[in-house]
Design a protein around this ligand. Structure first.
Ligand SMILES: [Fe+2]
Ligand SMILES: [Fe+2]
Length: 475
């Protein structure tokens, strides 16, 4: 069993004690991290005891330990999956060669950029979720929010370890910069668009953890294939934590739907105004939130054609989702892939070299995975005997990146004139009124076992505890 050494100031399974230079760099960074957490982490929570899981080993089975922890004392640290003996690079020009334990000089700049971009998303989401604790719909949900927050904090540690251990002085500077950018800051924003959006209410939080943490899953899965072994092993362990984040999103939205359907059946109405008056979120509003988070998130995969994506793949830095399960040649030199383009006012599929379309390949894998969960949400509506169905909008809807950026395209994939867009956008994306209404439902529910009126209780508690367990002690 690969256990984590907690006797060290920085818990780790990378023999930190043996590496004085790295230990010194991390020990210098640690107080700045804690300052960052105090400044823009979950607001006013320093004294809470939270029932959190902490990683104690990196074995897929039984790595987690649950107990009450004050979040600033959470054992952030450096945990890598164990080394796989004789692992070879599985794709690109170096296919079949031994994986790298140090950064190959010619790929240094690209690798650093990949790690910084991933690392930047982790503190960003903590910043975006900073105020949500003040309006939690239950203790159970509050605890889940905090679990996500501390794990995103640890994901930042994972990327900072790589920067400081493998990139010398540049890496140390990048590690500091990760604590200086701020989500939504005009002068020094986070790197990627979706991580500068606000997460103002719990419906946004659940949609974010469903869609945007799932982007995290796909990015991490692609990096878990990397020929740079320390990156592959870091991201593999991060994936085990990511699963819970997506669970929070999927079950959260599902419980909102369940509650809405219950009230729809009690009142025998699908009238949005009546449902809102009864304190639940009508299904069309849920659909608009879904449209927003889905479209903002699929932009995160980048431009549909990208020479960087081709370089990252060919040089063995970033693979495809489940690279090992694919049966092609893992070089992709002569392969083609279909992307969407606009020609003569029509959306058409165009064949391009697959290497240049690897962002699109990953986006399409993400889309398949996303739709599966939306179908599970629809089962809840179906079971309630209600005819409404949720769906993901067309891939071209509301895009800001790539060839479709800024084009006016309806959720069902029709290119429309700007006036038509303006006349209908409030049916497709959350309006100011929608956000104000959802915001008006947000109130703090902290009594164990009690839930806000707009969300159903979960089917089971965390770590087989009861639903009315005291997940957070406010002291
Ligand atoms: Fe993360
Ligand atoms: Fe996450």
């Amino acid at each position: 069993m690969s256990t984590i050494d907690y006797s060290e100031r920085i818990p780790n399974n990378v023999d930190l004690a043996e590496d004085r230079a790295l230990r010194r760099a991390l020990e210098q960074w640690q107080p700045n991290f804690l300052n960052w957490w105090g400044e823009v982490g979950p607001e006013g929570t320093g004294g809470y005891d939270v029932y959190l899981r902490t990683a104690i080993s990196v074995d897929p089975q039984g790595w987690a330990h649950f107990d009450y922890v004050k979040m600033p004392d959470y054992r952030w640290g450096i945990f890598l999956n164990p080394r796989e003996p004789d692992r070879k690079i599985a794709f690109g020009a170096h296919k079949g060669e031994d994986i790298w334990q140090e950064v190959p000089g010619e790929h240094r700049a690209n690798l650093r950029r990949i790690i910084v971009t991933q690392g930047d998303t982790e503190p960003a989401s903590v910043e975006q979720q900073r105020h949500l604790g003040l309006t939690a719909p239950s203790q159970y949900d509050l605890r889940n929010l905090f679990q996500v927050n501390v794990e995103e904090g640890r994901h930042l540690w994972a990327m900072v370890y790589l920067l400081q251990r493998y990139f010398g002085r540049d890496g140390r500077e990048e590690a500091e910069a990760l604590l200086q950018r701020r989500s939504g800051d005009r002068d020094n924003p986070r790197i990627l668009g979706a991580f500068n959006e606000r997460t103002p209410d719990w419906l946004s939080f659940f949609m974010f953890t469903y869609f945007t943490d799932r982007d995290g899953k796909f990015q991490l899965a692609a990096l878990a294939e990397s020929g740079f072994d320390p990156l592959a092993r870091s991201t593999r362990f991060m994936l085990t934590e990511e699963a819970h984040h997506m669970f929070v999103g999927e079950s959260g939205v599902s419980r909102v739907i369940q509650r809405t359907c219950q009230v729809m059946n009690e009142l025998k109405t699908d009238d949005a105004a009546k449902l809102r008056a009864a304190g639940v979120i009508d299904l069309p509003t849920l659909q608009r939130y879904l449209n927003f988070h889905y479209s903002v998130t699929i932009d995160l995969f980048g431009a549909d054609q990208s020479s960087n994506a081709a370089t990252f793949y060919s040089s063995g830095l970033k693979g495809r989702y489940e690279e090992g399960k694919r049966t092609d040649d893992h070089l992709l030199q002569d392969q083609i892939y279909k992307i969407l383009q606009i020609e003569n006012g029509q959306l058409v599929e165009k064949e391009v070299p697959m290497l240049n379309a690897l962002n699109e390949v990953l986006r399409d894998d993400f889309i398949k995975d996303s739709i599966a969960g939306v179908n599970r949400w629809n089962k809840v509506i179906e079971k309630a005997g209600i005819a409404f169905r949720l769906s993901v909008p067309h891939k071209a809807f509301n895009r800001q990146i790539g060839t479709l950026a800024g084009r006016k395209i309806s959720p069902d994939g029709r290119i429309i004139p700007a006036e038509q867009w303006a006349a209908h956008v409030h049916e497709w994306l959350p309006s100011g009124d929608d956000r104000a209404f959802v915001g008006s439902l947000m109130g703090r529910v902290v009594e164990p076992g009690k839930f806000a009126g707009w969300i159903a209780p979960p089917a089971i508690g965390i770590n087989r505890q009861s639903i009315d367990f005291e997940y957070v002690r406010f002291n």
